[in-house]
Write a protein that binds this ligand. Sequence first.
Ligand SMILES: CC(C)(COP(=O)(O)OP(=O)(O)OC[C@H]1O[C@@H](n2cnc3c(N)ncnc32)[C@H](O)[C@@H]1OP(=O)(O)O)[C@@H](O)C(=O)NCCC(=O)NCCS
Length: 296
Amino acid sequence: MAPDYKIRPFRSSDTDQLIELWQQVLPATQTWNDPVETLGRKLQRADGLVWVARRHEEIVGAVMAGYDGIRGWIYSLAVHPQHRKIGIGRKLVDSAESALIALGCPKVNLQVRATNQSVIEFYRRCGYAVEDRASLGKPLSDFPASTDMPKQTSGPCDYHIVEELSDKHVVELHELIQAQWWGKNRSLEDVKKMVEKTSLMIGLVEHSSNRLVGYCRTLTDFTFRATIYDVMVERSLQGQGLGKRLMDEICSHPQLRNVSLIYLACEPHLYPFYQQWGFRTYEGRAQWMLKVQREE
Ligand SMILES: CC(C)(COP(=O)(O)OP(=O)(O)OC[C@H]1O[C@@H](n2cnc3c(N)ncnc32)[C@H](O)[C@@H]1OP(=O)(O)O)[C@@H](O)C(=O)NCCC(=O)NCCS
């Protein structure tokens, strides 16, 4: 693969180009394959298992993987027709496999239409073999045909999770912060700096408007300690389970799974909320001390 092609994990700013690529390359004859729905559902998992291949600013390839603790799966591999046969497909598969190996996955499977002989040949060259198994499947929950898929006006499926923020999202984050009692005096400049230096962020974005409506973040060494800060949901959308969704995402994040201790500070009326993820107040031998260096 030429050096001007780069593979990297998906970022929210890739969304439009990635969907366009999948729409162009992959046949979406079934509702469960619809690229918009598929990507939305995948990003809700926030497992970091989506990659894109880029040449300069253009997305020319993509792949997704999944791991359920038993098997890994590869999905939606696609390379733009003008950029094929130069090793991008193989590199995308390598990225997915390396991440699955790092997660302890012992075997990876994938499905290709039996008529798609050229793609089967591609996978053979990547070390895959057609196995003597029948592939069974069953659509769940009476999915309607993609043409008459109802568009919900509001609900948990209308939002997706991102781990990186576009410039627009940073401005919206600043607005979210300023609406909090503790964040009124924080400047956009400082919020930008904070975003740049934060170890891990979870943003909740409304699909239809691409608006950041929820956020939380952690500062961590990814090993011994992590502290969660700034869990917030836009006021008009509170009470719909979006805060729970943010906390579910951050607490189950693969990069935080093995951290020994996670801290957070909150007002007492929020204790029951955070207790859902195992947080408790404590009277330990060591107590936190605080030094104020700058008034906010
Ligand atoms: C399959 C696909 C991803 C391959 O991407 P690519 O970037 O062209 O593949 P690479 O250049 O990395 O090829 C890797 C190897 O596979 C071979 N290969 C690639 N496409 C091939 C084809 N159509 N027929 C036979 N061999 C093929 C290459 O020659 C290369 O072999 P080598 O290393 O032994 O020389 C691309 O053709 C595609 O997007 N197809 C349509 C999408 C699709 O159906 N995806 C599957 C959904 S699961």
